[in-house]
Design a protein around this ligand. Sequence first.
Ligand code: SAM
Length: 224
Amino acid sequence: MITEDQQQRLEDLKNVFLEENTKLNLSALRDEDSVWIGNILDSVVALDLEIFHKKDITILDVGTGGGFPLLPLAICLPDTQCTGLDSTQKKLDAITRMKDALGIENVRMLSGRCEEKGRKQQHRNHYDIVTARAVAPLNVLLEYCSPFVKPGGYFVAWKSMKVDTELEESLLARAELSCHLEKSYEYELPKDWGKRQLLIFKKTSPTSEKYPRSTGTPKLQPIT
Ligand code: SAM
């Protein structure tokens, strides 16, 4: 599914990321193997899901940080418009340098907090797929991410296998935010990285005007 050219571009991403990570604290993963497995392979696993292969879709990666899963997905889905949102401008600047160095043209950056951008008409109920990896517990994450999803679209969360409590504590958030857990996709990374999963939520109707609440509130008072 990944072409030889894309494989080479993913290797190039690993190298520019390693370089950027020496200047900025983008990720705790600092050696070649960890960046390749823990960031790049962990990102492209989403390509196993059919929803990422529909034509003319838009993807928003919330809390993209150093660009994962944003950049690997953009490399492997060159016809898909991908947007990365983060509140830390210096991380977005690093992503811009990396995408320019690699000639990735289908990525744009959005600077700000989810709680603010999720209220803007041009982003609200807008994206076909919203992704998030290592950003917040599910009940908080659903409030951060689901306002951006088009009704009928998907929110995909990267999670460890230990997610039972988070799932239980997100029951009300899922109901309030019209997000239905459609399935979980379990995968295993090479070497001793172990099992992880993608949780795939379908958004069934537009987000209530109540959400997202003001900046800081989703984290301080999660919907429970
Ligand atoms: N997704 C990346 C990855 O897996 O490597 C980065 C994860 S990093 C631990 C979490 C990122 O989420 C940080 O860059 C932080 O700035 C961003 N973030 C956290 N809360 C946010 C919010 N409310 N709005 C926008 N960005 C947020």
